[in-house]
Ligand binder design. Structure first.
Ligand code: HXC
Length: 258
């Protein structure tokens, strides 16, 4: 499918979705969010795709929701249309692993979009922020919830109340990002991680993603029970037999997603 605001490429088993509105620092318009949703759905449905990398440009992952689009909107329009809500829900429904490769600004909705991914690999130039307060609004795509779970109340409050940006080193210390690499190495690192994930059993990946996400949705005892049931159910797969036999045979496993 031809997209106007993103570029999608397939590199072996990895789909790369690149936000592409350079003139607006990849500000997230409704059109762009819908294209991201469509591209994620296509990647989820494409049997060849085993991992997805979502990225922007060196200067900006995304500098937030499109302020030009929102500026004239009334409460009735924003509430009535549930602005950006259905798109945000659809993005987190993607079942395959999604890595955010973040360079430059990840602000407002851009920070929230990165937080919707399974983990973030950041370049040393990355800057995260929730500066909505400067516009007289607050985050609206999960930023008060996901950022707080990621970095804790103190830093989440600091960012949401002051609007200050967090650099990559602080983001790594705070647990917001999984890895920080030099800007020039960002895509190499993200693609290497994605290709590594692509080698695994798809069934184990689905179970791992679902189970980690449960940690944010249920009491711990329920999450642990869910994990145990998924762990046990994976013993019904050929990939479990293959993975363990390959280890014992001292060879690489050949997973077949069965
Ligand atoms: C629309 C944006 C934009 C945005 C940047 N641009 N951010 N357009 N929406 N969020 C545009 C600018 O208008 C400008 O266009 C061009 O991108 C380059 O931006 P500059 O400001 O000239 O660049 P620079 O001086 O380098 O400053 C970079 C910046 C700044 C610090 C990132 O652009 C900035 O503060 N942007 C807004 C960040 C923000 O407030 N994000 C939160 C948005 S609200 P022209 O045409 O002038 O060249 C949000 C709510 C989410 O995200 C919740 C939804 C439910």
């Amino acid at each position: 499918m031809a997209y106007k605001t993103i570029v999608v490429e397939l590199d072996d088993h990895v789909a790369v979705i690149k936000l592409n509105r350079p003139d607006a620092l990849n500000a997230l318009s409704t059109a762009m969010l819908r294209e991201i949703v469509q591209a994620l759905r296509e990647a989820d449905d494409n049997e060849k795709v085993r991992c997805i990398v979502l990225t922007g440009s060196e200067k900006a992952f995304a500098a937030g929701a499109d302020i030009g689009e929102m500026a004239e909107m009334s409460f009735a329009e924003v509430f009535g249309s549930d602005l950006y809500g259905p798109e945000a829900q659809a993005i987190v429904r993607c079942r395959k692993p999604v890595i955010a490769a973040v360079s430059g600004y990840a602000l407002g909705g851009g920070c929230e979009l990165a937080l919707m991914c399974d983990f973030i690999i950041a370049s040393e130039s990355a800057k995260f922020g929730q500066p909505e307060v400067n516009l007289g609004i607050i985050a609206g795509m999960g930023g008060t919830q996901r950022l707080t779970r990621a970095v804790g109340k103190a830093k989440a409050m600091d960012m949401h109340l002051t609007g200050r940006f967090m650099d990559a080193a602080e983001a790594e210390r705070a647990g917001l990002v999984a890895r920080v690499v030099p800007a020039k190495k960002l895509m190499d690192e993200a693609m290497a991680a994605a290709h590594k994930i692509a080698e695994k059993s798809q069934l184990a990946l689905l179970a791992a993603k679902e189970s980690v996400n449960r940690a944010f949705e249920t009491p711990q005892a329920e999450g642990i029970l869910h994990e145990r049931r998924l762990f046990q159910s994976l013993f019904a797969t050929e990939d479990q037999s293959e993975g363990m036999q390959a280890f014992l045979d001292k060879r690489e496993a050949q997973f077949r997603d069965r």
